[in-house]
Design a protein around this ligand. Sequence first.
Ligand SMILES: [Zn+2]
Ligand SMILES: [Zn+2]
Length: 381
Amino acid sequence: MIAMNFRGPFRVRADRDKPIPEIEHPNDAIVKVLRSCICGSDLHLYHGLVPDTRVGSTFGHEFVGEIVEVGSSVQNVKVGDKVIVPFNIACGKCAFCRQELFGNCHESNPEATAVGGIFGYSHTAGGFDGGQAEYVRVPYADVGPTVIPDWMDPDDAVLLTDVVPTGYQAAEMGGILPGDTVVVFGAGPVGIMAAKCAWLFGAGRVIVIDQLDYRLEFVQKFAQCEAYNFNYLGDVVEFIKHTTDSLGADVCIDAVGCEAAGDAMNTLLGRKLLLQGGTTTALHWAINSVKKGGIVSIVGVYGPVNALVPIGNVVNKGITIRANQASVKRLLPRLIEHVKNGVLSPKDMITHRIPLHEVAEGYHIFSAKLDNCIKPVLIPS
Ligand SMILES: [Zn+2]
Ligand SMILES: [Zn+2]
């Protein structure tokens, strides 16, 4: 089959002869992929920033497809079902899954103590091949896969695997109270969705900060929010304080993670010298521009090792920090309702449709932010 193949930092290609995956466990399913996305967090893999990303692996944690084979114990889905597959791989039975912490499953990635299994996201996240391929093996098929309703466009469905739940959970973790000012750092797909969802929780003002004008223009329209380019703001933290009666924002959301721009020293330590688990500029800005007693919600991806954060400011301001990988399965029922009712229209974020065999070009366009790219989708032929 055709599958994306990682060859090393900034090098991927489409392989034509990767074996079609087989059932390895009675609760596996094999899914024929209809759509898969390239995610901003795939770029961290592509750029060589995620530990134990092995040559030959296939990325892709955002995919929908049709079930073509099931293991002998699978009961909740059947051959022919078209399914949304959450990016988290979860057993559904461990103590963490029972708390609906499906991103922290203890069984799907037993070698790790932090993150559960994730499709196509390095051996740090379990070493599972992902969905940037024609077929993918889906473990725990009774747990994650959710049948796509008849009325749902597959373009909306594929964004329910990660972008929508992650953006929604970012806003949810912010504990937004009616009238709150919410600042979202990052106007990538997740930040765009977080800004949109902030209103659903009652925000009174939503501000997005990024440095790409085309994305700022997009989010302004898509999420009806304010949007500012940090390159023109001078001191970002001062700007936010100034525009919030000097108190700071009620809630700050970090939707950037380990490749943030905007601070030369942080970039040097986190991206050039790899002395910390990513560049923490957006997180610094979030902590320093939230009000005393405010909440910082983190969904940006950071490496598992140490990173420099202004912890003294967290303590002295009494900030609450909430963070996690989105618990996709927990959120899917209400997000499907939001799509059905027209509250959310995620497919409007898709700017590029790329044949799977041109996956290398897709990564290049998305990584280099060419052609006003916001969200690229790969289509197997
Ligand atoms: Zn993703
Ligand atoms: Zn589990």
